[in-house]
Design a protein around this ligand. Structure first.
Ligand code: SF4
Length: 83
């Protein structure tokens, strides 16, 4: 299990992430978020205080890692978590 955190202050809507991991989608504000209905996504939580989105995901971490590496402003953090 792992988490994907998107820093919505840093995100600038370039969407390099969308082409690396299909769980990433554009939200109403034109920023990246995670599709709660995508395969492996357990939950998606919006943290307004930190202005971030944190998704808990089961499965292969590789695509999310590629998305994080491709993000120009480093707005994506991917970390493994205990199940
Ligand atoms: S690549 Fe980074 S900056 Fe661009 S939309 Fe995705 S999270 Fe936001």
């Amino acid at each position: 299990m792992f988490e994907i955190e998107i820093d919505r202050t840093a995100c600038d809507g370039i969407f390099a992430c969308l082409t690396r991991d299909s769980r990433f989608v554009e939200d109403d504000a034109g920023l990246a978020t995670i599709d709660v209905d995508a395969e492996g996504v357990v939950e998606v939580v919006r943290d307004d205080e930190r202005n971030s989105v944190v998704a808990t995901v089961e499965g292969d971490i590789e695509d999310a890692t590629l998305a994080a590496r491709a993000c120009p402003p480093d707005a994506i953090t991917v970390r493994e978590v205990d199940a």
